[in-house]
Design a protein around this ligand. Sequence first.
Ligand code: KIV
Length: 272
Amino acid sequence: MAEKKLTVPQIAAMKSKGEKIVMVTAYDYTFARLFDAAGVDVLLVGDSLGMVVQGRKNTLGVTMDHMIYHSHCVAKGAARAHVVCDLPFLSYQASKEDAIRVSGAALKKGRAEAVKMEGGEEIAETIRAVVDLGIPVMGHVGLMPQRVQQMGGYKIQGRGKDAAKKVLRDAKAVAQAGAYAMVLEGIPLELAKQVTKEVGVPTIGIGSGRHCDGQVLVCYDLLGMFEDIAPKFVKKFADLKTVIQSAVGGYVAQVRSGEFPDLQHSFSEQKS
Ligand code: KIV
């Protein structure tokens, strides 16, 4: 029997039930299927694909067409997991109309079930406009990678009284605007605990400690495949870099030596 899809109300209800939400990024069909089968609740088609898939320095060059392409691939591999498509830099910030148009495209063409937007108080009305049309929105506050130029790098946010108050105001504004969940990125764990207690919707942390309602990591980071940057919060749950290099190294050696392909992996006139 086909797996039942996790819905937005079910994800929102996990907070009150005290069930941790497990989110991971995915960018293609094969990884999406593996993560779905492993029990991941939410597959985030993150604009981090600009860095880990496209090899850019940051996420700013990612377009909506890139997001739709990858979201469509991921959606095909998600039997149970809920699929969220990130909205890339400047696709939604300039006007509510832009936000509605690209959010609709994420669902219609990208086959996602929700969109994610970075921003706090300043995008609350935009979130409201999209949610009012029936498109679920996941917020993203704290460290917002699309503001890397303004921050002067990927810096922890919300340290100190005023900065903490700003993150809390942003989180409350996003929740009040109708977001069904939000990512808390790169904030102190004490602040993440307070936000998680004070907002009614689930918080999903990355680099924000253990008190969030769920966690998200970039898949290539948790699998030990991406080493261009190595943030303190990343835990490697595997060393796939070594596994892949050793497997492909074995292939290289066997092709060069003529060991591969042997008769077992070849066809002959006689069917066997
Ligand atoms: O783009 C992304 O992968 C993200 C997560 C790191 C939260 O936004």
